[in-house]
Design a protein around this ligand. Structure first.
Ligand code: SF4
Length: 351
């Protein structure tokens, strides 16, 4: 879920670290990886909206940060726009998994759009925390990346109370009104370790800093980072399947490098893997970001198999069974289609 570049190689200076020629080639496949419950819900929301109401279904911003997902939905009739101002009055618009500021909801109402909100419930939870602490007149230090849609949405809940802190280097510039009424919140897709460093630095300056009521970095982000660590420490190369504007995917590359991978690269699909990266490599770790369909991972595994890396071992660090209910408008529409007056009731459901 903001796009940013990151270093993709770590220098290996220890010649003893070079893999022995006789060592077999293998792939370590991280689990869990790929789709999280919030992404699955958002993608299914657009698919069901297309089925129930027919194209075009407008979607504000990329529904999830994955090129393949967006292109597939476009082919089925989804129209992606940057702003609700581009949606014709009265049309159907879906808000993406990353969430929107209250001003966007207000604009949609003003223009009489039929809005379906696919914001991930775990992002909605952070919005609620922001509103609650702002109501109590706290200064809120939001750790996150400037320009990311989720950060824009959360900041819009309490623009006068929220201060963005992008990382440990921002801490010295933080100014608050009352050091005894300060809380930190965060974007859901950050590096767990880097966020802990930022909080530690903040607490050195603000000893009364309060923690969020529960983790803001979501279960899926945390689980995928733990999983990539488990494979990175045994891998000469880690391939992370994900788009460059996917924050959680970019974080996986960083975590892989910090955890001992010889090199790590972010690729949208198999066509972006460079054969030169395999030189001297015996173990390739593979994982994918939370917005990545498994078919893209399968293609990377096939590409690797064709080059001698057909031995795939799955390294499971935890099991996931999270599932979120679809937005109420879609559930109502689906119930209506199972009744007699299917089309009419389904249309009414989002009015
Ligand atoms: Fe929700 Fe986390 Fe998935 Fe984002 S990465 S959509 S916050 S579950």
């Amino acid at each position: 879920m903001g796009g940013m570049t990151s270093p993709t190689t770590r220098p290996t200076t220890d010649p003893a670290a070079a893999p022995a020629a006789a060592e077999p080639r293998r792939v370590l496949l991280a689990a869990p990886r790929g789709y999280c419950a919030g992404v699955d819900r958002a993608v299914v929301t657009v698919e069901k909206a297309l089925e129930l109401y027919g194209p075009p279904v407008y979607v504000r911003k990329q529904i999830v940060h994955n090129k393949h997902v967006v292109e597939t939905l476009e082919k089925r009739g989804a129209v992606f726009v940057e702003d609700t101002g581009e949606v014709p009055e009265g049309a159907l618009v879906v808000f993406s998994a990353h969430g929107v500021a209250p001003a966007v909801h207000a604009e949609a109402r003003r223009r009489e759009l039929k809005a379906i909100d696919a914001t991930c419930p775990l992002v909605t939870k952070v919005h609620a925390e922001a509103r609650r602490f702002a109501h109590q007149d706290y200064d809120i230090l939001l750790i996150g990346h400037a320009g990311h849609e989720e950060v824009e949405g959360t900041s819009g809940e309490a623009p006068d109370n929220i201060h963005l802190v992008q990382g440990p280097d921002d801490v010295d510039d933080v100014v608050v009104r009352d050091p005894s009424r300060v809380v930190w919140l965060s974007q859901t897709t950050l590096s767990v370790d880097e966020t802990a460093q930022t909080v530690e630095r903040l607490r050195e300056r603000l000893p009364l800093l309060q923690d969020p009521p529960s983790d803001d970095i979501c279960y899926a982000t945390q689980n995928r980072q733990v999983a990539v660590k488990a494979v990175a420490e045994q891998s000469d190369l880690v391939l992370v399947v994900g788009s460059r504007n996917s924050s959680n995917s970019v974080r996986l590359v960083e975590v892989a490098l910090e955890s001992g991978a010889g090199a790590s690269h972010l690729v949208d699909n198999a066509s972006e893997v460079d054969e030169a990266w395999l030189e001297g490599v015996r173990t390739v770790g593979v994982t994918s970001g939370a917005s990545v369909p498994e078919v893209l991972v399968d293609e990377v595994l096939s590409w690797l198999a064709e080059r001698g890396f057909g031995d795939v071992e799955t390294v499971t660090s935890t099991e996931e069974n999270m599932l979120f209910a679809l937005p109420p408008d879609i559930r109502r529409g689906l119930r209506a289609t199972s009744g007699e007056d299917q089309a009419g009731e389904a249309r009414d459901a989002v009015r």
